[in-house]
Design a binder for this molecule. Structure first.
Ligand code: SAM
Length: 243
C-alpha cells in the first residue's frame, strides 16, 4: 500500500491486455519518441496546459505507465500536493518509478497497481484525473469512466488523451498506412516485438471517435464535456467536469 491506498486483483482478460505492456515496458519510452516523431511530448504538454492544475492539489495519473505526465504534475503540485501514478501493469510501473526516481522526483508520488475499472480510492478524492493513451486498452470503458467520476471531487476535472479520428481524408489514409505497415515493422526492428505493435495499431482503430467518447463521458455523469483535436484529430484531448 502507498499512502494507505490498497491495490486490487485484476481478472484474466485484463491481465492479457496488460501482457502486451509487460513485453514493451523496457523499450516503451524510446518507442514512443520514435513512433510519434517526438510529437507525444507536445500532446502531453497541451494536456498539462488544459488541466488547470495548481500547487497543493491531488492528481491521479491513470494508466500512467512510465510516468511522463506524473513527472510534470509532481513538479507543479509541490510538497503539499500528491500525484498517484496508477497502472494495471507492474512492469510499466517499475520502469516509471525508476525513471522518476532518477529525475529526483518521488516525495509526493504514490505508485499503485490498479485496474481503471475498479479504482481503489475513496469517493470525491482527486482534483484532477488524467488518462493518457490508456482508455483504449481498458476492457469496459463505461465502467472505467464511472469509476473515475466516482473518485473525482466535485469541481474536479477528467482529461482523456487518446488516439481519435483524423479529420481529413488524406491524413486518414497516410495514418492508416503508417500504423498498419510502418509501425509494426518499427516494433519488430527496435523492440523485436511486432505483435505488440500490431495490437496497438488495431486498438487505435477500434477506439471510439471524438463524438462517441464525448457521449460516453456525459453518460458517466461528466459535464461541460468538450474536446480538442490535436494533429488533425489523430489524437484528441477530452475534458469534462464533475459538479
Ligand atoms: N500514460 C502513459 C503515456 O501516456 O505514456 C502510458 C500509456 S500506455 C500506451 C497504456 C498504459 O495503460 C499501459 O501502461 C497499460 O499497462 C495501462 N493499462 C492498460 N489497461 C489498463 C487498465 N485496465 N487499468 C489501468 N491501466 C491500464
Amino acid at each position: 500500500t502507498h499512502f494507505g491506498y490498497k491495490t486490487v486483483e485484476t481478472n484474466e482478460k485484463e491481465q492479457m491486455v496488460a501482457g502486451v505492456f509487460h513485453s514493451v515496458a523496457a523499450k516503451y519510452d524510446v518507442m514512443n519518441d520514435l513512433m510519434s516523431f517526438g510529437i507525444h511530448r507536445l500532446w502531453k504538454r497541451f494536456t498539462i496546459d488544459c488541466s488547470g492544475i495548481r500547487k497543493g492539489q491531488k492528481v491521479l495519473d491513470l494508466a500512467g505507465g512510465t510516468g511522463d505526465l506524473t513527472a510534470k504534475f509532481s513538479r507543479i503540485v509541490g510538497e503539499t500536493g500528491q500525484v498517484v501514478l496508477a497502472d494495471i501493469n507492474d512492469s510499466m510501473l517499475k520502469v516509471g518509478r525508476d525513471k522518476l526516481r532518477n529525475k529526483g522526483l518521488g516525495n509526493n508520488i504514490a505508485y499503485v497497481q490498479a485496474n481503471a475499472e475498479a479504482l481503489p480510492f475513496p469517493d470525491n478524492h482527486f482534483d484532477l484525473i488524467t488518462i493518457a493513451f490508456g482508455l483504449r486498452n481498458v476492457t469496459d470503458k463505461d465502467k472505467a469512466l464511472a469509476s473515475m467520476q466516482r473518485v473525482l471531487k466535485p469541481g474536479g476535472r477528467l482529461l482523456v488523451l487518446e488516439f481519435s479520428k483524423p479529420q481529413h481524408e488524406v491524413m486518414s489514409k497516410l495514418y492508416d498506412f503508417y500504423s498498419f505497415n510502418i509501425l509494426p515493422k518499427m516494433g519488430s526492428l527496435v523492440a523485436q516485438d511486432s505483435e505488440s505493435y500490431q495490437y496497438l495499431a488495431e486498438s487505435i482503430r477500434m477506439h471510439p471517435d471524438q463524438e462517441t467518447l464525448k457521449a460516453m463521458m456525459e453518460q458517466a455523469g461528466l459535464e461541460q464535456v468538450e474536446y480538442f483535436n490535436l494533429t488533425d484529430g489523430i489524437v484528441a484531448l477530452h475534458r469534462g467536469f464533475k459538479f
